[in-house]
Write a protein that binds this ligand. Structure first.
Ligand code: T5A
Length: 211
């Protein structure tokens, strides 16, 4: 049976990486085979693209940036995600196509026709692979900024400040409202265990549907 594809989305530093690890552990304890991956990344080439797109010292124009994300996604989908799903694994991925629609689309104020085009090329790059479930980790940018500052990491986007992160948050809430079946919003301001429990509740609902 085909595996399930679960993506974790949201503004920067909302706890996606941490929660993917916790969810993967719980699912493995339950006997599922789990693949953890991330975007941009997941293959050797896509990890190199990641280094380029996240380098704050390397200016990129908007179109180049979109095409780099899509090139990385195409590699990742074909070589890693699709084979794992075909092998029946649960795939937990840190970001996927929704990040492109939000960061490169909605947050830049693209018009509807341009957004539709972005969706089309996104679909093309991912061979129309759609997540079975998307968990948007949501909360106030101030909270996540203080968590990130404590950690000391800064990339191209994390340098852009609170107003940018607010736009990103609004973007994710907009797409969540447009596809409530697939996209569930999780309050990521809560403590680790509470967020983990909310995530597992959604994952288990999805797995029940499969049985
Ligand atoms: N991007 C990506 C695009 O623009 N277009 C695209 O198509 C794609 C795919 C990199 C950037 O690329 C952009 C979006 C991004 O800006 P990324 O590496 O996923 O993507 O970037 P981030 O989301 O910024 O990843 P981070 O690793 O920085 O953040 P996470 O994974 O959301 O958060 P995490 O787990 O590392 O946690 C951050 C800190 O908070 C603590 C953790 O211990 C850690 O220190 N923490 C908590 N503290 C208290 N309570 C909790 N509940 C906590 N959860 C985590």
């Amino acid at each position: 049976m085909r595996g399930k594809f679960i993506t974790f989305e949201g503004p920067d530093g909302t706890g996606k990486t941490t929660q993917i690890k916790l969810a993967a552990e719980t699912l493995r304890d339950m006997g599922y085979e789990v693949l953890e991956s991330r975007e941009p990344g997941g293959t050797k080439l896509a990890e190199k693209v990641r280094d380029i797109v996240l380098d704050p010292k390397l200016p990129l124009n908007n179109i180049t940036e979109i095409l780099l994300y899509l090139a990385a996604r195409s590699e990742h989908t074909e070589k890693i995600l699709a084979p794992a799903l075909d092998a029946g694994k649960m795939v937990l991925c840190d970001r996927f196509g929704d990040s492109t629609l939000v960061y490169q689309g909605l947050a830049r104020g693209l018009e509807n026709a341009q957004l539709d085009f972005l969706k089309e090329i996104n679909d093309f790059a991912s061979c129309s692979l759609q997540p079975d479930l998307t968990l948007v980790l949501d909360g106030s940018p101030e909270v996540f900024l203080s968590r990130r500052t404590a950690r000391g990491v800064k990339d191209r986007y994390e340098n852009r400040g609170l107003a940018f992160q607010e736009k990103i948050r609004e973007g994710f809430l907009t797409i969540a409202a447009s596809d409530g079946n697939r996209i569930k919003v999780i309050d990521a301001e809560k403590g680790l265990d509470t967020v983990h429990a909310a995530i597992m509740e959604e994952c288990l609902k999805l797995l029940k549907e499969r049985e």
